[in-house]
Write a protein that binds this ligand. Structure first.
Ligand SMILES: Cc1cc2nc3c(=O)[nH]c(=O)nc-3n(C[C@H](O)[C@H](O)[C@H](O)COP(=O)(O)OP(=O)(O)OC[C@H]3O[C@@H](n4cnc5c(N)ncnc54)[C@H](O)[C@@H]3O)c2cc1C
Length: 480
């Protein structure tokens, strides 16, 4: 029989931003002066040798810290910004320098002004741009007078084509949204991109977007922010705070299965040795498909649903190119390649134009180039290419796009297999089915992270914070 002062143990699977934030928040909740629940102990189990998950920073090309995965988070939503300030990273935070982005369609076109995630809020800037044909512009211009559209079946591609025609979908919305999720927006859930879903509530998407833009408080806050020392500072600081709050982090240790115990759950782990952890609650933040088998003995339904999750893979090539290549890239922060023009490269970011702290002092330029996306023929095969072949492809494609000859001084290739969860149309129903089955069959087991309710860092932080609260509430209601 446990007493009210017996500590309750939470096991968190995965030390990406979601798992680390959930663990940190639980320990903070339990250490608050007004906390009246049972003492909590927290163990984070991470299969890799280091924490951070998709967040990874390393030295490159003479620069101390260049991110290999995400390089910034959205600053116009509060969650990640607030966490970074709470962790006292404020002095390290910086914002992108001004620069324009472009869409590659036959040539590079500056992205027209006044778009919301690619959705036009007016027709004049589209008319001035030579990205679309006159036929495409006229079709887009008809949107405000079209009657309500038919069922878009929760597909972004369907909605945008119905309202604006094929060119706005292919040349604007798909490059902008598709590059965030490494996806094909035809097969991606509208509801999971709340900014776009909010535009589909009235008859005209353009008029709703224009109204929203007009009513939005004028913000001087930059759209993105990041620590100068790299995003891994965020996850490493969380790691250090968890340890300082007496939480435990086990790296190079993977969870093998979760089963029911007499009280709570038994979490089987394998690292240097195999053993089991007894847990009152388990928070699963590892990717859905890879975690399906862990939950099999608790709920066949959940395991089946999770094993059906789809993910897309990307490769990130980071290149330091020599000074002579620079003039044509000046002022350009990067570009997105429209699907009709895509071979392997989907986006290029001119890191030294985007970030002041990524400017090598020999005048050269750091480029980060993404290859592969969901639905692209043979996109997974790029992972099997060797580094030199990937870099040759980048030199060829980016060289053609920018009319520049790229001469790498050094390069680094990071493979991100199955890194981007794909939210298919109807994704929210799938999430609710998993969550309600867990509630019935495995109370105290929670899922959170990129596979579920948003892949951006702020969305992962938000899920982690909410799950930490739910876990603390669940534990405070457990019988002694
Ligand atoms: C190339 C790239 C660029 C991106 N760019 C941006 C960006 O600019 N801005 C932005 O906001 N977002 C960006 N994202 C998305 C964002 O980085 C991720 O969605 C987010 O970091 C995911 O965090 P997570 O904690 O949910 O999952 P993860 O980071 O995947 O963490 C899950 C952890 O679980 C571990 N794990 C798996 N199985 C087990 C097991 N059985 N036992 C123990 N541990 C296990 C994994 O090793 C991993 O460390 C990008 C992603 C990628 C890949």
């Amino acid at each position: 029989m446990s007493s009210p002062t017996d500590p309750q143990h939470i096991v968190v699977i995965g030390a990406g931003i979601t798992g680390l934030t959930a663990a940190y928040r639980l320990l903070k909740i339990a250490s608050a002066t007004d906390y009246s629940g049972p003492p909590l102990t927290v163990t984070v189990v991470e299969s890799s040798a280091s924490v951070g998950g998709k967040i990874r920073t390393s030295p490159f090309g003479g620069i101390a810290a260049v991110d290999e995965g995400p390089d910034a988070y959205l600053a116009r939503v509060p969650q990640a910004v607030a966490l970074a300030r709470e962790l006292q990273l404020g002095d390290d935070i910086t914002h992108p320098t001004a620069g324009h982005a472009a869409v590659m369609h036959k040539k590079l076109h500056p992205i027209p002004e006044g778009l919301m995630l690619g959705v036009p809020t007016g027709v004049m800037s589209l008319a001035r741009s030579d990205l679309m044909t006159w036929r495409g512009k006229i079709r887009a211009g008809l949107e405000p007078i079209l009657p309500s559209s038919g069922d878009h079946k929760d597909s972004i591609g369907n909605l945008i084509r119905q309202r604006f025609g094929k060119q706005v979908q292919q040349l604007l919305v798909d490059p902008l949204v598709g590059s965030i999720y490494a996806t094909d927006t035809n097969n991606f859930s509208l509801a999971m991109v709340p900014q776009l879903a909010a535009l589909a509530t009235g008859r005209s998407v353009l008029l709703t977007a224009r109204k929203q833009m007009k009513n939005a408080p004028k913000s001087t806050t930059p759209i993105f922010e990041t620590p100068r020392s790299g995003l891994a500072t965020l996850t490493q600081t969380l790691n250090d705070r968890i340890v300082a709050l007496n939480g435990q982090i086990m790296t190079s240790t993977s969870v093998q299965s979760i089963s029911r115990a007499e009280k709570g759950y038994l979490v089987d782990i394998a690292g240097a040795t195999t053993s089991s952890l007894l847990a009152d609650c388990v928070i699963v933040t590892s990717p859905a498909r890879a975690s399906a088998s862990l939950l099999k003995s608790l709920s066949e339904d959940v395991a089946t649903l999770m094993s059906s999750a789809e993910h897309s893979s990307v490769v990130m090539a980071t290149i330091k190119t020599v000074e002579t290549d620079l003039p044509k890239l000046a002022g350009l922060s990067g570009y997105l390649v429209a699907k009709p023009d895509q071979d392997r490269v989907t986006a290029a970011s001119f890191g030294s134009n985007k970030w002041a702290h990524w400017k090598p002092n020999d005048g050269s330029m750091i480029l980060r180039v993404s290859l592969g996306r969901d639905g692209a023929p043979t996109h997974d095969l790029i992972h099997e290419w060797d580094d030199e072949q990937i870099v040759r492809q980048v030199i060829d494609e980016v060289g053609r796009h920018t009319q520049t000859s790229i001469t790498p001084d050094s390069f680094r290739v990071t493979r991100w297999p199955e890194a981007f969860p794909q939210y298919r149309p109807g994704h929210m129903k799938y999430v609710e089915a998993v969550e309600s089955s867990l509630l019935r069959n495995a109370p105290g087991v929670f899922v959170a992270g990129a596979s579920w309710r948003g892949i951006g860092i702020p969305a992962c932080v938000a899920q982690a914070e909410k799950t930490a609260q739910s876990t603390a509430e669940f534990l405070s209601h457990l019988p002694d």
